[in-house]
Design a protein around this ligand. Structure first.
Ligand code: GDP
Ligand code: MG
Length: 701
């Protein structure tokens, strides 16, 4: 038989962890709310049954507020699922059951999986699942998805229940306390067309759920009839929670079997926030953690491993070059293989250790739950500049990969805030830009290279803050964010997960370098070494196709100090993938030959940090917020990168040569800021249709 089982539940309860176990996948898991922003499905098999398991974004209630939550609600309402597996967090059972009750009201087949039992067990507690089963008349099982977990046990119960399910047998006593009959009488003419379940629709109407109300297409008369019934929004919630209190009374027991009625004991990890979020200590701790990460990634372990690989690569280049030479291979082919491919592509591969270390730390930030603390700390600042602490998750994910990070902005409720977050995230320095900084900084600033790299990451973050603040002064101003922070528990990743993170990221990086970067490198090399009329020409003679094109563009970059064709070629190829920037520079003579001085090198790094990240990110931005915003972001990125690199150059020059230059700098930077503000003001870009209701509505703005 074929079945479809959907995994639902509140955010951060382990849905994706369970999905990965059941389907042997490695979907992104993280200890914060809003990691999963889209639907995924994969087949699992059990006892000759083929089961399509669907992983959904988390949500708290069938009344939803954000784009990602809509995905989950629509999936549940679609009626496509033979079973909805509602995952609940063991230590947070009452709140998690709030969604379970709504699924029962909707009368879809539901099974409850109580996850993270290990956390309860550590406190000497367990859950009386039989008692809960009796109250709700549905199967309830308890598991720890993160540790030893038998998917077959779960699937066998699930399949059996899906086969026998006809209707939910539980009597939800609170329903009789609501005027559901009256509501149904009023909305009954519209029910069939809407395709909604009558009980669900009636309760949601009482809860003022705008989706259901719109879907029913109620007339003004019906609306006023409903209004006359009174406001039941708070009552519905209160009644559900009263019922939950009843059914969970005495369900958490200690492992010997005695009832546990008091509060759960707080663990040491729960108290860690007293230090981590302490008024005076929070910021120093944050800076300490970030500098530690940078020091290990760029200065200590990472650099050592990269240098080791780099040495090996140089030996290989010399060896292959000599070997091909002795075999009398044509000169152009030897150059392509030795310098274009091995030196160029190898020049990127050597950064594998640093990329893996960076991703490892990002995963640690996520899994430990520290990211949520950072969001909490910065929420105040972000609110002031028209974003919210929720945007911080997206920004930090941007340190890994901009293209995947912009997707996580779906969790932002406010459509305008979401758009701003999407176009600002690429200013955060993604991992593909790391090789550029490391290679250039190592060549020009041997001792202070970690500080320079740290400075670049900092500049990326500061640019986000400054631009967001500027947006607040234009028509892109956002109102107060309604984001309510939820603080996950501190959790540590298992060794299995650490190996998975390292393996996955190494794989992704190697595949990208082996395919995209490799192909691009060959194309760029050919364009740099061939002329249309003369065939193979020596690089640097000004005759190759690329030299001619880049030389036309190069003067634009002359004020930034790197107006040469090699740097321009690197920037252009970097539009496809940032990793290619450094492989191009390596195959065009190396960092020292491309940049005349260290100031030009710094300006190039600043430009690389801030200009358009890559085509994949542009594609993701377009998909998330539309083509108009993508173009706006693109222009913004090019303009900001140029102005910032120019400002850095002028400031450094002013430092070197005195006050007069200083005044010019201030004037230039002020003028640049004013021009940018004026452009933003003129664009008036937010007066457009709302993504949620597809109209010019004021409530969704
Ligand atoms: P989702 O948001 O519901 O998809 O949850 P995830 O699968 O992303 O997991 C959220 C966090 O809970 C991650 O840090 C997981 O490692 C952790 N987690 C998942 N299952 C368990 C479990 O059984 N026990 C413990 N202690 N942590 C878990
Ligand atoms: Mg998930």
């Amino acid at each position: 038989m074929n079945y479809t089982f959907a995994l639902t539940g509140n955010p951060n309860v382990g849905k994706t962890s369970l999905y990965n176990r059941l389907t042997r996948s490695s979907r992104h898991v993280g200890n914060w709310h809003g990691v999963t922003v889209d639907k995924a499905s994969k087949k699992a098999s059990y006892d000759q049954n083929e089961i399509n398991i669907v992983d959904l974004p988390g949500f708290y209630s069938l009344t939803v507020y954000s784009f990602e939550e809509e995905i989950s609600r629509d999936d549940i309402l679609s009626g496509n699922n033979n079973l909805v597996i509602n995952i609940c967090e063991a230590s947070n059972l009452p709140r998690n059951l709030y969604l379970a009750l709504q699924l029962l009201e909707l009368n879809v087949p539901v099974m409850i999986v109580i996850n993270m039992m290990d956390e309860l067990h550590k406190r000497g507690l367990t859950i009386d699942v039989k008692k809960l089963e009796k109250h709700l008349c549905i199967p309830v099982v308890s598991v720890s998805a993160k540790y030893g977990f038998n998917g077959n046990d779960l699937l066998s119960g699930a399949v059996a229940y899906a086969q026998e399910f006809k209707t939910n047998r539980v009597k939800l006593p609170y329903l009789s306390k609501l005027p559901l009959k009256k509501v149904q009488e009023i909305i009954s003419p519209n029910l069939t067309k809407s395709g909604l379940n009558p009980i669900y629709a009636s309760i949601k109407v009482l809860e003022n759920d705008s989706f259901v109300i719109d879907k029913l297409e109620l007339s003004d008369k019906q609306k006023s009839q409903l209004n006359s019934l009174g406001d039941y929004q708070a009552t519905v919630a209160k009644l559900r929670y009263e019922f939950i209190d009843q059914i969970t009374d005495g369900v958490i027991v200690n492992r010997e079997g005695t009832k546990k009625t008091g509060k759960l004991n707080a663990s040491i990890a729960d108290n860690a926030d007293k230090i981590m979020l302490n008024k005076w200590l929070a910021l120093p701790i944050f800076l300490l953690i970030m500098s530690g990460i940078f020091w290990i990634t760029f200065g200590f372990v990472g650099k050592f491993l990269t240098d080791l690989l780099d040495g090996g690569k140089d030996v290989l280049v010399t060896w292959v070059n000599g070997g091909l030479d002795s075999l009398n291979v044509p000169e152009w082919m030897n150059a392509l293989i030795s310098y274009g491919i091995i030196d160029g592509v190898g020049g990127v591969i050597v950064f594998l250790p640093q990329i893996v270390i960076l991703f490892f730390f990002l995963a640690l930030l996520e899994d430990s739950g520290y990211i949520s603390r950072v969001a909490f700390m910065t929420d105040g600042l972000f609110r002031k500049i028209g974003l919210s602490g929720r945007a911080v998750f997206t920004m930090i994910m941007g340190l890994g990969c901009s293209a995947t990070a912009v997707l996580t902005a779906r969790g932002l409720e406010d459509p305008l805030m979401r758009k701003k977050t999407v176009i600002l995230t690429p200013f955060m320095s993604c991992s593909a830009r790391l090789p550029v900084y490391t290679a250039i900084a190592a060549a020009f600033f041997t001792s202070g290279s970690v500080a320079i790299i740290f400075g670049l990451y900092f500049l990326g973050a500061v640019t986000v803050v400054i631009l967001a603040a500027i947006f607040q002064k234009t028509s892109l101003k956002s109102g107060e964010s309604s984001f309510i922070m939820e603080m996950p528990k501190y959790r540590m990743p298992t060794a299995e997960r650490v190996l998975q993170i390292i393996g996955n990221n190494a794989k992704v990086f190697i595949i990208k370098v082996g395919t995209l970067v490799f192909a691009l490198n060959v194309i760029v090399w050919v364009l740099c070494n061939f002329s249309i009329t003369k065939g193979f020409v020596p690089v640097g003679g000004g005759e190759s196709i690329m030299e001619k094109i880049s030389a036309l563009i190069a003067p634009i970059f002359a004020p930034l100090g790197f107006g040469n064709w090699q740097a321009v070629t690197a920037l252009m190829s970097g539009l496809v993938a940032k990793e290619v920037v450094i492989s191009t520079i390596t195959s065009l003579g190396g960092v020292e030959n491309v940049f005349p001085d260290s100031l030009a090198a710094i300006c190039f790094m600043v430009y690389t940090l801030l200009y358009v990240p890559c085509v994949a990110t542009l594609g993701a931005v377009r998909k998330e917020v539309g083509v108009k915003w993508m173009i706006f972001g693109l222009i913004l990125q090019l303009a900001v990168a140029y102005l910032a690199a120019l400002a850095v150059r002028i400031i450094v020059l002013a430092f070197i040569s005195g006050l007069l230059h200083g005044i010019i700098v201030l004037g230039a930077v002020t003028a640049a800021t004013m021009i940018l503000t004026a452009i933003l003001g003129l664009m008036n870009i937010n007066k457009r249709r709302c993504v949620r209701c597809k109209a010019n509505c004021s409530s969704c703005k």
